[in-house]
Ligand binder design. Structure first.
Ligand code: ATP
Ligand code: MG
Length: 432
Protein backbone atom coordinates (compact mmCIF):
# COMPACT_ATOMS: atom_id res chain seq x y z
CA UNK A 1 0.00 0.00 0.00
CA UNK A 2 1.39 3.43 -0.96
CA UNK A 3 2.05 5.59 2.04
CA UNK A 4 2.26 2.72 4.47
CA UNK A 5 5.20 3.86 6.51
CA UNK A 6 7.02 3.76 9.78
CA UNK A 7 4.58 1.41 11.50
CA UNK A 8 4.14 -0.88 8.51
CA UNK A 9 7.87 -0.66 7.91
CA UNK A 10 7.22 -0.25 4.22
CA UNK A 11 8.49 3.23 3.50
CA UNK A 12 8.28 4.13 -0.15
CA UNK A 13 11.77 4.11 -1.59
CA UNK A 14 12.16 6.89 -4.12
CA UNK A 15 14.60 6.12 -6.88
CA UNK A 16 14.29 2.41 -6.54
CA UNK A 17 11.03 1.80 -8.40
CA UNK A 18 10.56 1.98 -12.17
CA UNK A 19 11.24 5.50 -13.62
CA UNK A 20 8.22 7.56 -14.57
CA UNK A 21 10.18 9.93 -16.77
CA UNK A 22 13.04 8.51 -18.68
CA UNK A 23 14.85 10.67 -21.21
CA UNK A 24 18.48 9.84 -21.60
CA UNK A 25 20.25 13.14 -22.21
CA UNK A 26 23.71 13.65 -23.55
CA UNK A 27 25.82 16.36 -21.93
CA UNK A 28 25.34 18.56 -24.99
CA UNK A 29 21.58 18.04 -25.00
CA UNK A 30 21.45 18.77 -21.28
CA UNK A 31 23.36 22.02 -21.76
CA UNK A 32 21.02 23.01 -24.58
CA UNK A 33 17.94 22.19 -22.52
CA UNK A 34 19.23 24.27 -19.60
CA UNK A 35 19.93 27.17 -21.96
CA UNK A 36 16.41 27.00 -23.37
CA UNK A 37 14.84 26.75 -19.95
CA UNK A 38 16.79 29.77 -18.84
CA UNK A 39 15.50 31.89 -21.75
CA UNK A 40 11.92 31.11 -20.69
CA UNK A 41 12.72 32.02 -17.11
CA UNK A 42 14.38 35.27 -18.19
CA UNK A 43 11.45 36.08 -20.48
CA UNK A 44 9.07 35.53 -17.58
CA UNK A 45 11.04 37.94 -15.39
CA UNK A 46 11.19 40.55 -18.16
CA UNK A 47 7.55 40.22 -19.12
CA UNK A 48 6.32 40.51 -15.57
CA UNK A 49 8.50 43.53 -14.77
CA UNK A 50 6.95 46.93 -14.16
CA UNK A 51 8.74 48.52 -17.10
CA UNK A 52 6.95 50.36 -19.92
CA UNK A 53 5.65 48.01 -22.62
CA UNK A 54 8.16 49.32 -25.24
CA UNK A 55 11.09 48.89 -22.93
CA UNK A 56 9.99 45.32 -22.13
CA UNK A 57 9.68 44.46 -25.83
CA UNK A 58 13.07 45.96 -26.57
CA UNK A 59 14.77 43.84 -23.95
CA UNK A 60 12.85 40.75 -25.04
CA UNK A 61 13.91 41.28 -28.63
CA UNK A 62 17.58 41.72 -27.77
CA UNK A 63 17.51 38.60 -25.61
CA UNK A 64 16.04 36.53 -28.48
CA UNK A 65 18.58 37.91 -30.95
CA UNK A 66 21.43 36.98 -28.63
CA UNK A 67 20.02 33.54 -27.91
CA UNK A 68 19.70 32.57 -31.56
CA UNK A 69 22.69 34.62 -32.75
CA UNK A 70 20.62 36.64 -35.21
CA UNK A 71 21.59 40.04 -36.58
CA UNK A 72 18.49 42.20 -36.38
CA UNK A 73 14.92 42.16 -35.21
CA UNK A 74 11.60 43.94 -35.14
CA UNK A 75 8.42 43.43 -33.16
CA UNK A 76 5.15 44.40 -34.80
CA UNK A 77 1.81 44.75 -33.08
CA UNK A 78 -1.50 44.04 -34.79
CA UNK A 79 -4.02 46.90 -35.09
CA UNK A 80 -7.59 46.61 -33.79
CA UNK A 81 -9.00 45.73 -37.22
CA UNK A 82 -6.46 42.95 -37.79
CA UNK A 83 -5.37 44.63 -41.01
CA UNK A 84 -2.03 46.23 -40.28
CA UNK A 85 1.05 45.49 -38.24
CA UNK A 86 2.71 48.50 -36.68
CA UNK A 87 6.36 48.54 -35.69
CA UNK A 88 6.59 48.65 -31.90
CA UNK A 89 10.35 48.20 -31.43
CA UNK A 90 13.36 47.38 -33.58
CA UNK A 91 16.92 46.48 -32.81
CA UNK A 92 20.18 46.54 -34.75
CA UNK A 93 18.43 47.61 -37.98
CA UNK A 94 17.46 50.83 -39.73
CA UNK A 95 13.69 50.35 -39.87
CA UNK A 96 12.96 53.12 -42.42
CA UNK A 97 10.29 51.90 -44.86
CA UNK A 98 9.30 49.06 -42.54
CA UNK A 99 7.14 51.01 -40.06
CA UNK A 100 3.80 49.48 -41.05
CA UNK A 101 2.99 46.28 -42.86
CA UNK A 102 -0.28 45.30 -44.45
CA UNK A 103 -1.16 41.71 -43.51
CA UNK A 104 -1.05 40.87 -47.22
CA UNK A 105 2.50 42.17 -47.38
CA UNK A 106 5.89 40.59 -46.77
CA UNK A 107 6.91 37.74 -44.49
CA UNK A 108 5.46 39.30 -41.34
CA UNK A 109 2.06 39.80 -43.00
CA UNK A 110 2.08 36.17 -44.12
CA UNK A 111 3.02 34.89 -40.64
CA UNK A 112 0.18 36.93 -39.10
CA UNK A 113 -2.34 35.91 -41.74
CA UNK A 114 -1.53 32.20 -41.68
CA UNK A 115 -0.76 32.19 -37.94
CA UNK A 116 2.34 30.17 -38.67
CA UNK A 117 6.05 30.31 -38.05
CA UNK A 118 8.13 30.88 -41.14
CA UNK A 119 11.78 31.12 -42.07
CA UNK A 120 12.62 32.15 -45.64
CA UNK A 121 15.24 33.62 -47.92
CA UNK A 122 14.59 37.25 -48.85
CA UNK A 123 15.38 36.34 -52.45
CA UNK A 124 12.27 34.11 -52.46
CA UNK A 125 9.93 37.03 -51.84
CA UNK A 126 7.51 37.57 -54.71
CA UNK A 127 7.45 41.30 -54.05
CA UNK A 128 10.69 42.33 -55.74
CA UNK A 129 10.62 45.88 -54.36
CA UNK A 130 10.30 44.60 -50.86
CA UNK A 131 13.05 42.04 -51.43
CA UNK A 132 15.31 44.85 -52.70
CA UNK A 133 14.50 46.98 -49.65
CA UNK A 134 15.35 44.15 -47.24
CA UNK A 135 18.51 43.24 -49.17
CA UNK A 136 19.59 46.88 -49.10
CA UNK A 137 19.54 46.52 -45.29
CA UNK A 138 21.79 43.48 -45.53
CA UNK A 139 19.11 40.87 -44.77
CA UNK A 140 19.43 37.40 -46.29
CA UNK A 141 17.03 35.27 -44.20
CA UNK A 142 13.93 36.32 -42.30
CA UNK A 143 12.35 34.35 -39.44
CA UNK A 144 8.81 35.35 -38.45
CA UNK A 145 7.18 34.23 -35.23
CA UNK A 146 3.49 35.09 -34.83
CA UNK A 147 2.54 36.04 -31.28
CA UNK A 148 -0.65 34.08 -30.77
CA UNK A 149 -2.96 34.10 -27.77
CA UNK A 150 -6.41 32.67 -27.18
CA UNK A 151 -7.79 35.95 -28.56
CA UNK A 152 -5.92 35.81 -31.86
CA UNK A 153 -2.69 37.21 -33.30
CA UNK A 154 -1.26 40.01 -31.17
CA UNK A 155 1.66 40.68 -33.51
CA UNK A 156 4.75 39.25 -35.12
CA UNK A 157 8.38 38.97 -34.10
CA UNK A 158 10.50 39.46 -37.20
CA UNK A 159 14.12 38.29 -36.93
CA UNK A 160 16.79 38.52 -39.59
CA UNK A 161 20.26 37.39 -40.43
CA UNK A 162 22.69 38.45 -43.11
CA UNK A 163 24.27 35.01 -43.11
CA UNK A 164 22.96 31.44 -43.13
CA UNK A 165 20.71 29.76 -40.57
CA UNK A 166 19.98 26.19 -39.57
CA UNK A 167 17.09 25.58 -37.17
CA UNK A 168 16.12 22.22 -35.69
CA UNK A 169 12.63 21.24 -34.50
CA UNK A 170 13.36 21.96 -30.89
CA UNK A 171 14.40 25.51 -31.74
CA UNK A 172 11.29 26.03 -33.82
CA UNK A 173 9.22 24.76 -30.87
CA UNK A 174 10.96 27.29 -28.69
CA UNK A 175 10.06 30.08 -31.10
CA UNK A 176 6.42 28.94 -30.97
CA UNK A 177 6.33 28.96 -27.19
CA UNK A 178 8.14 32.32 -27.01
CA UNK A 179 5.60 33.76 -29.47
CA UNK A 180 2.63 32.85 -27.31
CA UNK A 181 4.45 33.72 -24.07
CA UNK A 182 5.27 37.23 -25.34
CA UNK A 183 1.82 37.63 -26.94
CA UNK A 184 0.03 36.78 -23.70
CA UNK A 185 2.28 39.13 -21.77
CA UNK A 186 1.55 41.97 -24.21
CA UNK A 187 -2.17 41.38 -23.80
CA UNK A 188 -1.82 41.44 -20.02
CA UNK A 189 0.27 44.62 -20.13
CA UNK A 190 -2.37 46.27 -22.31
CA UNK A 191 -5.17 45.14 -20.00
CA UNK A 192 -3.27 46.48 -17.02
CA UNK A 193 -2.69 49.78 -18.76
CA UNK A 194 -6.39 50.06 -19.72
CA UNK A 195 -7.39 49.20 -16.17
CA UNK A 196 -5.03 51.86 -14.82
CA UNK A 197 -6.48 54.43 -17.23
CA UNK A 198 -10.05 53.48 -16.23
CA UNK A 199 -9.20 53.80 -12.53
CA UNK A 200 -7.66 57.20 -13.21
CA UNK A 201 -10.77 58.31 -15.17
CA UNK A 202 -13.02 57.15 -12.34
CA UNK A 203 -10.89 59.02 -9.81
CA UNK A 204 -11.11 62.19 -11.90
CA UNK A 205 -14.87 61.78 -12.33
CA UNK A 206 -15.30 61.27 -8.61
CA UNK A 207 -13.28 64.43 -7.95
CA UNK A 208 -15.46 66.41 -10.40
CA UNK A 209 -18.67 65.15 -8.79
CA UNK A 210 -17.27 65.96 -5.36
CA UNK A 211 -16.32 69.43 -6.53
CA UNK A 212 -19.83 70.06 -7.89
CA UNK A 213 -21.46 68.72 -4.76
CA UNK A 214 -19.28 70.98 -2.60
CA UNK A 215 -19.90 74.04 -4.78
CA UNK A 216 -23.65 73.45 -4.92
CA UNK A 217 -23.90 72.88 -1.20
CA UNK A 218 -21.69 75.85 -0.43
CA UNK A 219 -22.34 78.46 -3.12
CA UNK A 220 -26.11 78.14 -3.40
CA UNK A 221 -26.72 78.59 0.28
CA UNK A 222 -26.13 82.35 0.52
CA UNK A 223 -28.35 83.28 -2.46
CA UNK A 224 -31.09 81.06 -0.94
CA UNK A 225 -30.70 82.80 2.42
CA UNK A 226 -30.80 86.15 0.53
CA UNK A 227 -34.08 85.24 -1.20
CA UNK A 228 -35.53 84.23 2.15
CA UNK A 229 -34.50 87.54 3.76
CA UNK A 230 -35.72 89.76 0.91
CA UNK A 231 -39.11 88.08 0.73
CA UNK A 232 -39.47 88.63 4.48
CA UNK A 233 -38.54 92.32 4.11
CA UNK A 234 -40.99 92.61 1.23
CA UNK A 235 -43.79 91.19 3.31
CA UNK A 236 -42.92 93.21 6.43
CA UNK A 237 -42.04 96.59 4.95
CA UNK A 238 -44.50 96.74 2.11
CA UNK A 239 -47.36 95.11 3.96
CA UNK A 240 -49.68 98.02 3.24
CA UNK A 241 -49.02 97.87 -0.50
CA UNK A 242 -49.50 94.09 -0.80
CA UNK A 243 -52.91 92.45 -1.00
CA UNK A 244 -53.55 89.07 0.64
CA UNK A 245 -52.40 87.14 -2.43
CA UNK A 246 -49.16 89.16 -2.56
CA UNK A 247 -48.46 88.33 1.08
CA UNK A 248 -49.19 84.66 0.46
CA UNK A 249 -46.71 84.65 -2.43
CA UNK A 250 -44.07 86.18 -0.15
CA UNK A 251 -44.66 83.45 2.43
CA UNK A 252 -44.42 80.79 -0.21
CA UNK A 253 -41.12 82.21 -1.47
CA UNK A 254 -39.87 82.19 2.13
CA UNK A 255 -40.89 78.56 2.65
CA UNK A 256 -39.26 77.42 -0.58
CA UNK A 257 -36.05 79.32 0.16
CA UNK A 258 -36.00 77.73 3.61
CA UNK A 259 -36.43 74.32 2.01
CA UNK A 260 -33.46 74.99 -0.30
CA UNK A 261 -31.28 76.05 2.65
CA UNK A 262 -32.24 72.95 4.65
CA UNK A 263 -31.56 70.69 1.73
CA UNK A 264 -28.16 72.29 1.12
CA UNK A 265 -27.32 71.86 4.79
CA UNK A 266 -28.31 68.17 4.58
CA UNK A 267 -26.15 67.68 1.49
CA UNK A 268 -23.28 69.38 3.26
CA UNK A 269 -23.71 67.17 6.32
CA UNK A 270 -23.69 64.07 4.12
CA UNK A 271 -20.56 65.15 2.22
CA UNK A 272 -18.86 65.90 5.54
CA UNK A 273 -19.82 62.49 6.94
CA UNK A 274 -18.60 60.76 3.81
CA UNK A 275 -15.46 62.66 2.90
CA UNK A 276 -14.02 64.21 6.03
CA UNK A 277 -11.77 61.98 8.10
CA UNK A 278 -13.20 61.54 11.62
CA UNK A 279 -11.40 63.34 14.43
CA UNK A 280 -11.23 60.72 17.15
CA UNK A 281 -11.17 61.75 20.78
CA UNK A 282 -12.41 60.39 24.09
CA UNK A 283 -16.09 61.21 24.22
CA UNK A 284 -18.40 61.01 27.24
CA UNK A 285 -21.70 59.60 25.95
CA UNK A 286 -23.44 61.38 28.82
CA UNK A 287 -22.38 64.73 27.34
CA UNK A 288 -23.40 63.79 23.81
CA UNK A 289 -26.87 62.69 24.87
CA UNK A 290 -27.21 65.70 27.19
CA UNK A 291 -26.54 68.08 24.33
CA UNK A 292 -29.09 66.27 22.11
CA UNK A 293 -31.70 66.52 24.87
CA UNK A 294 -31.23 70.24 25.36
CA UNK A 295 -31.22 70.83 21.58
CA UNK A 296 -34.65 69.16 21.25
CA UNK A 297 -36.10 70.42 24.53
CA UNK A 298 -38.64 72.78 22.97
CA UNK A 299 -39.81 70.35 20.30
CA UNK A 300 -40.19 67.54 22.84
CA UNK A 301 -42.15 69.81 25.16
CA UNK A 302 -44.49 71.06 22.48
CA UNK A 303 -45.17 67.50 21.33
CA UNK A 304 -45.58 66.24 24.91
CA UNK A 305 -42.88 63.66 24.18
CA UNK A 306 -40.87 62.09 27.02
CA UNK A 307 -37.16 61.44 26.64
CA UNK A 308 -36.38 59.66 29.93
CA UNK A 309 -33.19 60.49 31.79
CA UNK A 310 -30.27 58.20 31.13
CA UNK A 311 -27.36 57.09 33.22
CA UNK A 312 -24.82 56.15 30.61
CA UNK A 313 -21.37 56.54 32.10
CA UNK A 314 -19.43 55.08 29.20
CA UNK A 315 -16.68 56.91 27.40
CA UNK A 316 -15.90 55.98 23.83
CA UNK A 317 -13.28 56.93 21.30
CA UNK A 318 -15.20 58.66 18.54
CA UNK A 319 -15.70 61.79 16.51
CA UNK A 320 -17.92 63.73 18.89
CA UNK A 321 -19.46 66.04 16.30
CA UNK A 322 -20.25 63.10 14.02
CA UNK A 323 -21.93 61.21 16.89
CA UNK A 324 -24.04 64.25 17.75
CA UNK A 325 -24.96 64.69 14.08
CA UNK A 326 -26.10 61.05 13.81
CA UNK A 327 -28.11 61.05 17.04
CA UNK A 328 -29.66 64.40 16.11
CA UNK A 329 -30.92 62.88 12.83
CA UNK A 330 -32.42 59.90 14.68
CA UNK A 331 -34.25 61.98 17.28
CA UNK A 332 -35.40 64.42 14.58
CA UNK A 333 -36.82 61.48 12.58
CA UNK A 334 -38.62 60.04 15.59
CA UNK A 335 -40.31 63.41 16.29
CA UNK A 336 -41.12 64.06 12.63
CA UNK A 337 -42.37 60.64 11.59
CA UNK A 338 -43.52 58.99 14.82
CA UNK A 339 -47.08 60.16 14.25
CA UNK A 340 -49.59 61.75 16.63
CA UNK A 341 -49.63 58.85 19.11
CA UNK A 342 -45.85 58.79 19.61
CA UNK A 343 -45.06 60.10 23.08
CA UNK A 344 -41.77 58.56 24.09
CA UNK A 345 -38.26 58.44 22.65
CA UNK A 346 -35.52 56.41 24.32
CA UNK A 347 -31.82 56.78 23.75
CA UNK A 348 -30.10 53.60 24.93
CA UNK A 349 -26.62 52.15 25.09
CA UNK A 350 -25.38 48.57 25.13
CA UNK A 351 -22.11 46.89 24.29
CA UNK A 352 -21.05 43.70 22.63
CA UNK A 353 -17.58 42.19 22.62
CA UNK A 354 -16.50 44.46 19.80
CA UNK A 355 -18.98 47.30 19.60
CA UNK A 356 -20.60 50.16 21.45
CA UNK A 357 -24.23 50.17 20.35
CA UNK A 358 -26.35 53.29 20.54
CA UNK A 359 -30.03 53.23 19.68
CA UNK A 360 -32.93 55.63 19.40
CA UNK A 361 -36.35 54.03 19.86
CA UNK A 362 -39.77 55.59 19.51
CA UNK A 363 -43.24 54.21 20.10
CA UNK A 364 -44.63 55.71 16.91
CA UNK A 365 -46.25 54.44 13.71
CA UNK A 366 -43.26 52.29 12.73
CA UNK A 367 -41.96 51.63 9.23
CA UNK A 368 -43.66 49.09 6.97
CA UNK A 369 -41.38 46.10 6.37
CA UNK A 370 -41.24 46.67 2.61
CA UNK A 371 -40.07 50.26 3.16
CA UNK A 372 -37.29 49.31 5.53
CA UNK A 373 -35.07 48.01 2.74
CA UNK A 374 -32.73 50.67 1.42
CA UNK A 375 -33.74 53.01 4.25
CA UNK A 376 -30.11 54.07 4.73
CA UNK A 377 -29.57 54.92 1.06
CA UNK A 378 -29.24 58.54 -0.01
CA UNK A 379 -32.46 60.40 -0.91
CA UNK A 380 -34.57 57.50 0.35
CA UNK A 381 -37.86 58.63 1.89
CA UNK A 382 -40.79 56.39 2.75
CA UNK A 383 -44.54 56.67 3.21
CA UNK A 384 -44.19 57.85 6.81
CA UNK A 385 -42.58 61.07 5.53
CA UNK A 386 -45.70 62.30 3.75
CA UNK A 387 -46.21 66.01 4.26
CA UNK A 388 -42.96 66.39 6.22
CA UNK A 389 -40.02 68.35 4.87
CA UNK A 390 -36.75 66.45 4.47
CA UNK A 391 -34.09 65.44 1.98
CA UNK A 392 -33.77 61.70 2.62
CA UNK A 393 -30.17 62.09 3.77
CA UNK A 394 -30.42 61.80 7.57
CA UNK A 395 -30.11 58.02 7.79
CA UNK A 396 -27.43 57.97 5.07
CA UNK A 397 -25.41 60.22 7.38
CA UNK A 398 -26.04 57.82 10.30
CA UNK A 399 -24.78 54.92 8.17
CA UNK A 400 -21.66 56.86 7.11
CA UNK A 401 -20.88 57.83 10.69
CA UNK A 402 -21.25 54.22 11.87
CA UNK A 403 -19.06 52.93 9.04
CA UNK A 404 -16.40 55.59 9.59
CA UNK A 405 -16.26 54.25 13.16
CA UNK A 406 -15.80 50.67 11.92
CA UNK A 407 -19.40 49.67 12.59
CA UNK A 408 -22.82 49.68 10.93
CA UNK A 409 -26.37 50.94 11.30
CA UNK A 410 -29.64 49.01 11.12
CA UNK A 411 -33.35 49.34 11.76
CA UNK A 412 -35.85 47.28 13.75
CA UNK A 413 -39.41 48.41 13.35
CA UNK A 414 -42.93 47.16 13.71
CA UNK A 415 -45.93 49.00 12.32
CA UNK A 416 -47.97 50.69 15.05
CA UNK A 417 -45.46 49.66 17.72
CA UNK A 418 -42.51 51.86 16.89
CA UNK A 419 -39.06 52.10 15.39
CA UNK A 420 -35.60 51.49 16.75
CA UNK A 421 -32.52 52.57 14.81
CA UNK A 422 -29.21 51.14 15.97
CA UNK A 423 -25.74 52.46 15.36
CA UNK A 424 -22.78 50.26 16.31
CA UNK A 425 -19.32 51.80 16.54
CA UNK A 426 -16.15 49.82 17.01
CA UNK A 427 -15.06 49.71 20.61
CA UNK A 428 -11.31 49.71 20.14
CA UNK A 429 -11.14 51.49 23.50
CA UNK A 430 -13.66 51.10 26.25
CA UNK A 431 -13.56 53.12 29.43
CA UNK A 432 -16.03 53.06 32.25
N1 ATP B 1 -38.58 56.89 13.44
C1 ATP B 1 -39.16 56.78 12.25
N2 ATP B 1 -40.45 56.43 12.12
C2 ATP B 1 -41.04 56.32 10.92
N3 ATP B 1 -40.41 56.56 9.76
C3 ATP B 1 -39.12 56.91 9.80
C4 ATP B 1 -38.41 57.02 11.03
N4 ATP B 1 -37.14 57.37 10.75
C5 ATP B 1 -37.06 57.45 9.41
N5 ATP B 1 -38.23 57.19 8.82
C6 ATP B 1 -38.50 57.16 7.38
O1 ATP B 1 -37.25 57.03 6.74
C7 ATP B 1 -37.07 58.03 5.75
C8 ATP B 1 -35.61 58.37 5.65
O2 ATP B 1 -35.17 59.12 6.77
P1 ATP B 1 -33.96 60.13 6.61
O3 ATP B 1 -33.66 60.69 7.94
O4 ATP B 1 -32.88 59.45 5.87
O5 ATP B 1 -34.52 61.24 5.62
P2 ATP B 1 -35.53 62.41 5.92
O6 ATP B 1 -35.81 62.53 7.37
O7 ATP B 1 -36.70 62.20 5.02
O8 ATP B 1 -34.72 63.68 5.41
P3 ATP B 1 -33.52 64.42 6.17
O9 ATP B 1 -33.19 63.63 7.38
O10 ATP B 1 -32.42 64.42 5.16
O11 ATP B 1 -34.03 65.77 6.45
C9 ATP B 1 -37.93 59.17 6.19
O12 ATP B 1 -38.32 59.94 5.07
C10 ATP B 1 -39.10 58.47 6.86
O13 ATP B 1 -40.05 58.13 5.87
MG1 MG C 1 -34.25 62.59 8.76
Amino acid sequence: MIGQNVRGNQKRKFGHGPDIISIPLTKKALRQRDRHLSIFREMNDLLSSSLEIKEVLHRVLDRVLDEFQLDAGRIYLMDENNEHLTLAVHSRIDAAGLETIDIYEGFSGKAARTRSFLAQYVADLEDQNRAALLQSKGINIVVCVPMITKNGVVGVINLATSGQLQLDHKEIDIFHVLGSQIGTAIENLRLNRELGEKIQQLRERKETIKFFAYSIAHDLKSPAIGIHGFSRHLKDKYATQLDERGKEYCEQIQRLAEHIVNMLEDINAYITAKEVQPRFEVVKLKEVIGSIKSEFEDRLKSGAIKLPPHNIETEVVADKRALIRALRNLVDNAIKYGGPSMNEIKIAYSESREFHILSVTDNGVGIPREDAEGLFNVFQRTRTSQGMPGSGLGLAVVKEVAEKHGGRAWVESEPDKGTAIYMAIKGSCLWK
